[in-house]
Write a protein that binds this ligand. Sequence first.
Ligand SMILES: Nc1ncnc2c1ncn2[C@@H]1O[C@H](COP(=O)(O)OP(=O)(O)OP(=O)(O)O)[C@@H](O)[C@H]1O
Ligand SMILES: Nc1nc2c(ncn2[C@@H]2O[C@H](COP(=O)(O)O)[C@@H](O)[C@H]2O)c(=O)[nH]1
Length: 182
Amino acid sequence: MKKLIILCGASGTGKTTIQNYLLKQYGIPRVLTHTTRAKRKGEKDGVDYYFETPVSFAEKHYFESVTYDGKQYGSSREGLERAWKKNPIVSLVVDTAGAIEYVKQLGKQVDVWHIEVSDKKMLKDRLLARGDNVHAVEQRINSFESQRDLQIPPVIQDNTQVIMNDCWKKTTQLIDQLIQKR
Ligand SMILES: Nc1ncnc2c1ncn2[C@@H]1O[C@H](COP(=O)(O)OP(=O)(O)OP(=O)(O)O)[C@@H](O)[C@H]1O
Ligand SMILES: Nc1nc2c(ncn2[C@@H]2O[C@H](COP(=O)(O)O)[C@@H](O)[C@H]2O)c(=O)[nH]1
């Protein structure tokens, strides 16, 4: 059965870092999504996201879409199928609203990993270390969506694996166990 690993959790917990590890270590392709937010330093169109204008975003058809911290994000069935053509297990980074939608629509094909840190004070430092500007970090951390995504939504609690990402070495050990269990 084709499988989708969904990575969700608050901003700065390490979703993208884990997604990159899955690609590098296990060849698990990333499902690319679309956004209207500005590129961060080093990000490339078609590699990190499909970067859209509000007009081009509205022209696409989405499996699900959300507004997060004032910007639009959406994922498509085509993006998922494209990744599944490369490998039977793929990964996708979405917010918890997106995770709920994928579990609802794809059921057992989806494994949800909720990425967490034990002290949320770490998040600000991590986002600053990533190179985000102070204003953007404050806004992002205090956004309704990032605060909400600190917790697993009760509706997907039973389908969700917690990944505590305080220490990168421990995180990779847990991920290695989860992947090898397959
Ligand atoms: N275990 C860790 N220890 C220290 N730093 C980490 C760890 N995991 C990730 N980071 C760093 O934290 C920063 C944020 O990570 P990342 O971009 O993966 O977060 P994210 O959850 O995808 O955030 P966002 O939702 O804002 O895109 C990056 O600079 C990354 O290198
Ligand atoms: N529901 C969806 N959430 C998405 C999608 N693409 C990304 N995201 C989530 O948005 C926030 C912010 O991302 P960032 O790259 O600006 O930090 C984060 O939680 C992502 O997981 C999507 O297509 N659908």
